[in-house]
Design a protein around this ligand. Structure first.
Ligand code: HEM
Length: 117
């Protein structure tokens, strides 16, 4: 089902400590730099920002992982489990340890606003 953008915006408060949302022209959400910029993340290959990603997320992107509203929900629920399943590698590691317990669909809908223009 469709996520709720307003709920997703509220929930994104939990992400802001590590992620900003910034286009080439403007900072849309001021946030930390511990994680990559999430502007345009949906529709983009994993690990494609100018950021020091973990080797396994980088590898997933090189193997063809493109973020969409479904797989991004699985990732933010359990980044390490998602990478292990995607890569078929039980020793894969994630640099993002945060897990979102609910409202994943709302956050995906919120992020989709900043993608595909
Ligand atoms: C990576 C989303 C919370 C740290 C990512 C990626 C997404 C994402 C989609 C992959 C980006 C890409 O491939 O370019 C989110 C969302 C959050 C959240 C929606 C809130 C629900 C956090 C928090 C932290 C964090 C709180 C820090 C404590 C990171 C780091 C990476 C990352 C370090 C790089 C992972 C790697 O290289 O393996 N995040 N994140 N994130 N995030 Fe988050």
């Amino acid at each position: 089902d469709m996520g709720n953008v307003a709920e997703g915006e509220k929930e994104f408060r939990k992400c802001k400590s590590c992620h900003q949302i910034a286009s080439a022209d403007e900072v849309i959400v001021k946030g930390g730099r511990t994680g990559p910029n999430l502007y345009g993340v949906i529709g983009r290959h994993a690990g494609a920002e100018d950021f020091r990603y973990g080797a396994d997320l980088k590898r997933a992107g090189e193997e063809g992982l493109v973020w969409d509203v479904d797989n991004i929900q699985a990732y933010i629920t359990d980044p390490r489990g998602f990478l292990r399943e995607t890569l078929g590698d039980d020793s894969a590691q994630a640099k993002m340890s945060f897990r979102l317990r609910d409202h994943q669909g709302d956050v995906a809908a919120y992020l989709a606003q900043f993608s595909g223009d």
